[in-house]
Design a protein around this ligand. Sequence first.
Ligand code: MLT
Length: 323
Amino acid sequence: MRTSKINIMAKILANDGIHPTGQRLLEEAGHTVSTDTISMDDLLPALNEWDAVIVRSATKIRQVHFDACPNLKMVVRAGVGMDNIDVEYGRSKGVNVTNTPEASSRSVAELVMAHLFSISRLLYQSHLHMPSRGAAEFKALKKQYSKGFELEGKTIGIIGFGRIGQETARIALGLGMNVLATDLITEPREIRIPRDEEGNPSVLVPIFPMERVIRESDIISVHVPAVGKALIGAEEMAQMKAGVVLINTARGGVIDEAALLSALDSGQVAAAGLDVFVNEPSPSEAVLGHPRISLSPHIGASTAEAQEKIGVLAAEKLIAHFA
Ligand code: MLT
């Protein structure tokens, strides 16, 4: 670990910003915080002037930054996905590289449900037409959008049963849905409803092989990190129930976009909810323009509550490191 003096008053660059509560905690602990963004082009060699950097997804911290910045002691990803940081390389250089995975589970899980409610009642489509046609064609639109379905009783397959997957299950179970989960860790998980407090009723969710989850679910939501190739492609979609709904709030490309477009066109997939895209921040026009995809611009963790929790957790980790 790159060492600091005891009780160092650290210079911290929050290059993609930090919630004011997190900033206040850091400053009260005696640290200096800058929220001025340094562009990627200028980050080298400027980053070497800082003891720590807090990033969201915009700033990338690569091998070259770790090599060129021996003064950098800590990198905090304010969020979950660490695909914008060369984590193992940084750690091999003695830098404390960490994230705040505990803070945004609820926020992402609620967005999964927002997409699901929007899809189940066709809200994302009717909202497109109501402003221009609602007054003149109310009855026609009522007929067109009267083909919704209820979530109660439906089976949601959750691929990746970590914090976000489990939070999604908690909401789904509360809605009366059935949950089929798959994960690398195969022990069943106890999900308390409404939340993880002793005494609340709980449901023991078993972990099944992915093939079963894919075959038997009405809705599938993915909660796995990016691994460089699609986890759900044409082959997996072909094994799903006809008319399945797919949700991706994890990372662009976890569901293959080209395969998704063909499966939507064939009807094998009835609809999809996407918060994340290949090639962000410039997603494919074909994906953005598809009439059966409910869209949001990577806002899974972007609630006021999650951002505050993320800022506080990032601050606590920094304060502990430099204490
Ligand atoms: C995360 O990984 O924390 C979320 O996807 C939010 C983000 O990257 O902006």
